[in-house]
Structure formats: structure tokens, C-alpha cells
Design a protein around this ligand. Structure first.
Ligand code: HEC
Ligand code: HEC
Ligand code: HEC
Ligand code: HEC
Ligand code: HEC
Ligand code: HEC
Ligand code: HEC
Length: 411
């Protein structure tokens, strides 16, 4: 008879021991999820809105909205403002592409000193350095261009150089003189209002360009469109079984105009009679209570294509004659959809097809449609040169920037 090894008993119960260990682990893990073992620690705000609500920051959304977060960080919105570094600044710091000649006597050179980026101005005659400014903040995703801001104590100013994407080079910032070194242009809250989630003014000595550096939320982030969401984050972290969204505005409960206003805040031109606190509007509010359009019904078709998608769209037949069209009819606010014409054309075809319930089909000749790949937007939402947004590429050339018009029509 074969003798049993001394380990036999251990081997016999080995499976059972493993099962018990796994069970212990699972119990422990779930218990800690439900705060039996660990005490729940609420997220601290990264900034506090003037209305008293806290911002949690998009990094905290990841644990529950990972997919949206992953596509959102690729959008022009998210990249619209950031701390300046070699990754976020689009222009070159390597000779010869790092320089830009302002005029016959002044040249700018962009320098990288141990990761800190500078705009240096030199006199051409004797190569003498006459000014030095640090790049602290980028403004603009760089789709068309990018400008830069610097801190002087708690005040923000714009640098004289701007990066122009279409010719991949440094240029003079729009509106700056080219015959001399400009004095620093202060950056008021209005400018940040359209390009940031939040910036708190210090209101010190009535200076309109002075901010609390610790209360800045870069980029047009989740909470710019959904409102400060600290309470939402803390509620759902504490109550992981609750699947009904709490303490956050629900877009599906809003009217068409409220949904439009959430985008029109920044996409309806400069507007007039604006309320004192630029960041006070939050999604769900009625925009006309905070500011009024700087155009009338009559001007609509004359509006500039830059910055006023709301005005142009609302003048189009598609918009006027359908009762539900808003910006998200065509745009997914969480995705970078630039260049995705298939997706956009499908949106047109969801309303324009043959049969009941549709709003008419295209009456252009088949030949002309084929020649343009049946790309609806190429003919009905063409790219138009802006009358107001112009870039100076050399001393006497102003290049108007091309923008897609939102006046949908027959051209
Ligand atoms: C601990 C989990 C959790 C975190 C963290 C979290 N959420 Fe949510 N959120 C939820 C749940 C649960 C819902 C409801 C189900 C759903 O719509 O996914 C929700 C829904 C939403 C909705 C949809 C509301 C509606 O019904 O229209 C928005 C908007 C939202 N969250 C924004 C945010 C933002 C912004 C952040 C980060 C600042 C964030 N959430 C962080 C759990 C979370
Ligand atoms: C806080 C101001 C603000 C709000 C609110 C806002 N936008 Fe924008 N949007 C901008 C700015 C600024 C840009 C240009 C960003 C850049 O390139 O730096 C932009 C760019 C865009 C673009 C072009 C993206 C690209 O790929 O270049 C689209 C589309 C857009 N917005 C749609 C919307 C829609 C839809 C809404 C509402 C759901 C909305 N925006 C709300 C300020 C805003
Ligand atoms: C430019 C504005 C804008 C930004 C930025 C934005 N959202 Fe949204 N979000 C919207 C709008 C508008 C809707 C409603 C969409 C609709 O009606 O189709 C929405 C819907 C949602 C919903 C509910 C519907 C769904 O798609 O699941 C969640 C959750 C959400 N957003 C979370 C986020 C999070 C998290 C971020 C940042 C990572 C973010 N959003 C950034 C405008 C925005
Ligand atoms: C009323 C809102 C609004 C204000 C105020 C505003 N912008 Fe913009 N800005 C936009 C929108 C919207 C776009 C992009 C879409 C377009 O061209 O219509 C844009 C585009 C830009 C771009 C190009 C981004 C790119 O890569 O395409 C730069 C750079 C820029 N703005 C800088 C500034 C600076 C600097 C200020 C302040 C002095 C400012 N903006 C004030 C709304 C605004
Ligand atoms: C929400 C539905 C809807 C969507 C989406 C839509 N349209 Fe329309 N469109 C309409 C309606 C309604 C009319 C008016 C039809 C009528 O005259 O009765 C219209 C009219 C038009 C006209 C005639 C305009 C004129 O001035 O005579 C053109 C061209 C057009 N649409 C093209 C487009 C294109 C291109 C797209 C995609 C970028 C699009 N539409 C998306 C609903 C829509
Ligand atoms: C009928 C469809 C449709 C609607 C509705 C619509 N858009 Fe667009 N939008 C487009 C198309 C198509 C483009 C071009 C995208 C591209 O270039 O890849 C575009 C581009 C843009 C751009 C970038 C313009 C540029 O040339 O840089 C902005 C900003 C924008 N949309 C904002 C809005 C806002 C805000 C609303 C609501 C007021 C809105 N859109 C409603 C179809 C639409
Ligand atoms: C080559 C340019 C071109 C393309 C591509 C194109 N269209 Fe058109 N479309 C036109 C022209 C031109 C007219 C006016 C024709 C006429 O009646 O004289 C028109 C007319 C229309 C009308 C108005 C019809 C009416 O009854 O008044 C609609 C709606 C329309 N197009 C939608 C679309 C849609 C949707 C697409 C994409 C699937 C598209 N178009 C693609 C050039 C184009």
C-alpha cells in the first residue's frame, strides 16, 4: 500500500483555504466601499464660485464618467486655456523658427530656459535685449491660433506675440501696433469668461485684471457647462448605490432656450449691458437677464462668422421652422468632431429626406452634388472669411481667418 505524504491534509484543504481567503478579501473590499472600515473623506473644492458652490475639477469626474472624460480632454474647449509649457504652447522655441521680425528695428525671439518659456525683444541694430516676458498661460486651443498671458504679481497681461496655426509661425497679436514694442495689454475678466471655467477677481484697487491665482480653473471644463459640481461629486461618492443624478443641472429638464443659452453665453458675440460678475451665469439661467445681444433681428445675416454661431443659426430656416433644433442637434459637446463631415451630414439627413416628417430634399443637380461628394455642409454652411478676426502675417498683410458659417442656406 502506498504511504500518504504528510502534506496530504494541507493539499486536501488547499482549495477550501483559497475560497475562504477570496471571500475574506471580497467582504473586506465591499465593506470598505460602503465605508464600514474606512471613513469617507469628502473631496475638497479647487475653487469656490461667487454663488458659494464649490468646483471639484474634472479629474474627480473620472471615477464615474470615464468615457466622457477621455473624449472631453481632446476638445478645443478643454484646451482653450492652460498653464503654458512646451506641451501646451504650439509655437516653436528652436531657431530659426523661434523668431519673428516685428519691423525694421525690432525682432522677437522665443526662448526656452530650463522649461520656462520667454518672449524676448531685441534691437536689430546691436542685438541688445530690450524686454523679456514669461509665457504663463495659453489662450486658444491652437486650432486657428493661440495667444499668451503673463502674470505680473496678481495681474494678467497679454504678450505681443501670437501663434498663427495656418502658417505655423509667430505673428503680432491682433490689434497690436507693428511700429513699436507695445505696452502690456491688461486681460479683463470678460476675456477669461469665454475661455475658462472660472477665475476669481480680487477687485483690489478696482483693478479689472487682478485675480486670485489659487482660484483659477483652466479650460472650458465640465463644470463650465454643468455648473460647480462639488456637491454632486461628494453625494455620489458617499452614496455609490444611488443612480439618480443629484445636485447637478439636468439638460433634459431644460427648455430649448435654456439649452441654447448655455452655449450662446460664449457663442453669440460680445453682447451688451452685461452683469457685473462675468462668471455668475450658470447653465439653466436665462441669458437675456444677464446681458443683451449687440445685434438686432435685422442684422442677423450680416453678422460676422467668428464668435456668433447662435445669431447666425437662429436666422436660418432650419432653425426657425423646426421646434427642437439646438446646438447639440449637430454637436456632441464631449467630443472633438472637427472634420467629421460624415457625422454632420447624417444630422442634415435626419431632417432632410424623402417622405412624411422630413423637411424637403436637396434640389441641386446630381452632377454638382457628386462633384462635391454630396457634402451638404460644403454648399450650405460654407467656410467664410471673418470680417473681424484678422491676423497680421507681415507689416502690411492682414489675413482674415476662415470660419464655418452657421447661417444654413442656399449660396
Ligand atoms: C461617485 C460617482 C460620480 C462622480 C465622481 C461624478 N458623478 Fe456625475 N453622475 C453620477 C451618477 C450616478 C449620475 C446619474 C447617472 C448618469 O447619468 O450617469 C451622474 C450624472 C451626471 C450628469 C447628468 C445629469 C442628468 O441627468 O442630465 C452630469 C451632467 C454629471 N453627472 C456631471 C458630473 C461632473 C461634471 C462630475 C465631476 C465634476 C461628476 N459628474 C462626477 C455619479 C458621479
Ligand atoms: C465658456 C464659454 C463657452 C461655452 C459655454 C461654450 N463654448 Fe464652445 N467654444 C468656446 C471657445 C472659446 C471656443 C474656441 C476654443 C479654442 O479653440 O480655443 C469654442 C469652440 C467650440 C467649437 C469648435 C470646436 C473645434 O473643434 O474647434 C464648437 C463646435 C463649440 N464650441 C460648440 C459649443 C456648444 C455646442 C456649446 C454648448 C453646449 C458650447 N460650445 C459652449 C467657448 C464656449
Ligand atoms: C461645452 C459644454 C459641456 C462640457 C464642457 C461638458 N458637457 Fe456634459 N453635457 C453638455 C450638454 C449640452 C449635455 C446634454 C447633451 C444632450 O442633450 O444631448 C451634457 C450631458 C452630460 C451628461 C448626461 C448625458 C450623457 O451623455 O451621459 C453627463 C453625465 C455629462 N454631460 C458629464 C460631463 C462631464 C463629466 C464633463 C467633463 C469631463 C462634461 N460633461 C463636459 C455640455 C457639456
Ligand atoms: C464672447 C466670448 C469671447 C470672448 C470675450 C473672447 N473670445 Fe476668444 N474665442 C471665442 C470663440 C467662440 C472662439 C472660437 C470660435 C469662433 O471663431 O467663432 C474664440 C477663439 C479664440 C482664439 C483662437 C482659438 C483657436 O485656436 O481657434 C484665440 C487665440 C482667442 N479666442 C483669444 C481671445 C482673447 C485673448 C480674448 C480676450 C482679449 C478673447 N479671445 C475673448 C469667444 C470669445
Ligand atoms: C432639426 C431638423 C433639421 C436639421 C437637423 C437640418 N435642417 Fe435644414 N431645414 C429644416 C426645416 C424645418 C427647413 C425649412 C423647410 C421649409 O421651408 O419648410 C429647412 C430648410 C433647409 C434649407 C432651405 C433653406 C432656405 O433658405 O431656403 C436648406 C438648404 C437646408 N435646410 C439644409 C440643411 C443642411 C445642409 C443641414 C445640415 C447641416 C440641415 N439643413 C439640417 C430642418 C432641419
Ligand atoms: C445643423 C448642424 C449644426 C448646428 C445646429 C450647429 N452647428 Fe456648429 N458646426 C456645424 C458644422 C457642420 C461645423 C463644421 C465642423 C468642421 O469644420 O468639421 C460646425 C462648427 C462649429 C464651430 C467651429 C467653427 C469654425 O469654423 O471654427 C463652432 C464654434 C460651432 N460649430 C458652434 C455651434 C454652436 C454654438 C451652435 C448652436 C448655437 C451650433 N454650432 C449649432 C454644424 C452645426
Ligand atoms: C454642390 C452643392 C450642394 C450639395 C453638396 C448639397 N446641396 Fe442642397 N442645394 C444646393 C443648391 C444649389 C440648392 C438650390 C437648388 C435650386 O433649387 O435651385 C440646394 C437646395 C437644398 C434644399 C432646399 C430644397 C427646397 O425645397 O428648397 C435642401 C433642404 C438641401 N439643399 C439640403 C441638402 C442636404 C441635406 C445635402 C446633403 C445630403 C445637400 N443639400 C447637398 C447645393 C448643394
Amino acid at each position: 500500500m502506498k504511504k500518504r505524504s504528510p502534506n496530504f491534509k494541507i493539499r486536501k484543504y488547499f482549495g477550501l483555504i483559497i475560497v475562504l481567503l477570496v471571500l475574506c478579501f471580497l467582504v473586506y473590499k465591499n465593506a470598505s466601499d460602503f465605508s464600514l472600515f474606512s471613513t469617507y473623506v469628502p473631496v475638497e473644492p479647487i475653487a469656490v464660485h461667487n454663488n458659494g458652490k464649490g468646483f471639484a475639477g474634472s479629474a474627480t469626474c473620472v471615477e464615474c464618467h470615464l468615457e466622457i472624460y477621455n473624449t472631453h480632454i481632446e476638445t478645443a474647449h478643454y484646451k482653450s486655456t492652460a498653464k503654458a509649457n512646451l506641451k501646451t504652447v504650439k509655437g516653436s522655441f528652436t531657431p530659426p523658427k523661434n523668431s519673428f521680425s516685428l519691423n525694421d528695428s525690432i525682432e522677437f525671439k522665443m526662448e526656452n530656459r530650463n522649461g520656462l518659456l520667454y518672449q524676448e525683444a531685441f534691437l536689430k541694430s546691436d542685438n541688445q535685449r530690450i524686454s523679456s516676458s514669461r509665457f504663463d498661460i495659453t489662450i486658444g486651443s491652437g486650432t486657428k491660433g493661440q495667444s499668451y498671458l503673463k502674470w505680473k504679481d496678481s495681474s494678467l497681461y497679454q504678450l505681443q506675440v501670437t501663434y498663427f496655426t495656418s502658417n505655423d509661425s509667430w505673428v503680432n497679436s491682433p490689434g497690436y501696433p507693428s511700429d513699436r514694442l507695445a505696452s502690456d495689454r491688461p486681460i479683463f475678466e470678460r476675456c477669461l469668461e469665454c475661455h475658462m471655467t472660472y477665475a476669481k477677481s480680487t477687485k483690489q484697487f478696482n483693478k479689472r485684471n487682478s485675480y486670485r491665482k489659487s482660484q483659477i480653473v483652466y479650460g472650458i471644463d465640465c463644470e463650465r457647462c454643468h455648473g460647480p459640481a462639488l456637491d454632486h461629486v461628494n453625494f455620489h461618492r458617499e452614496n455609490p448605490l444611488d443612480t439618480v443624478a443629484m445636485h447637478v443641472v439636468k439638460h433634459s429638464d431644460l427648455t430649448r432656450q435654456q439649452n441654447l443659452d448655455a452655449c450662446a453665453l460664449c457663442h453669440s458675440g460680445l453682447r451688451m449691458r452685461r452683469s457685473k460678475d462675468p462668471f455668475i451665469f450658470v447653465t439653466g439661467d436665462t441669458l437675456n437677464k444677464f446681458s443683451t445681444p449687440d445685434y438686432t433681428e435685422k442684422d442677423l445675416e450680416e453678422l460676422d462668422v467668428h464668435g456668433n454661431q447662435y445669431g447666425l443659426l437662429s436666422a436660418s430656416k432650419c432653425f426657425k421652422k423646426s421646434d427642437a433644433m439646438n446646438c447639440t442637434t449637430c454637436h456632441n459637446p464631449h467630443e472633438n468632431q472637427r472634420g467629421n463631415r460624415v457625422s454632420f451630414n447624417k444630422k442634415c439627413q435626419s431632417c432632410h429626406g424623402k417622405g412624411d416628417g422630413f423637411h424637403g430634399v436637396c434640389t441641386a443637380s446630381e452632377a454638382s452634388k457628386e462633384a462635391s461628394n454630396n457634402n451638404c455642409i460644403q454648399c450650405h454652411m460654407p467656410i467664410v472669411l471673418s470680417k473681424t478676426m484678422k491676423i497680421e502675417t507681415s507689416a502690411d498683410t492682414l489675413n482674415p481667418v476662415p470660419v464655418r458659417t452657421h447661417f444654413i442656406g442656399i449660396y
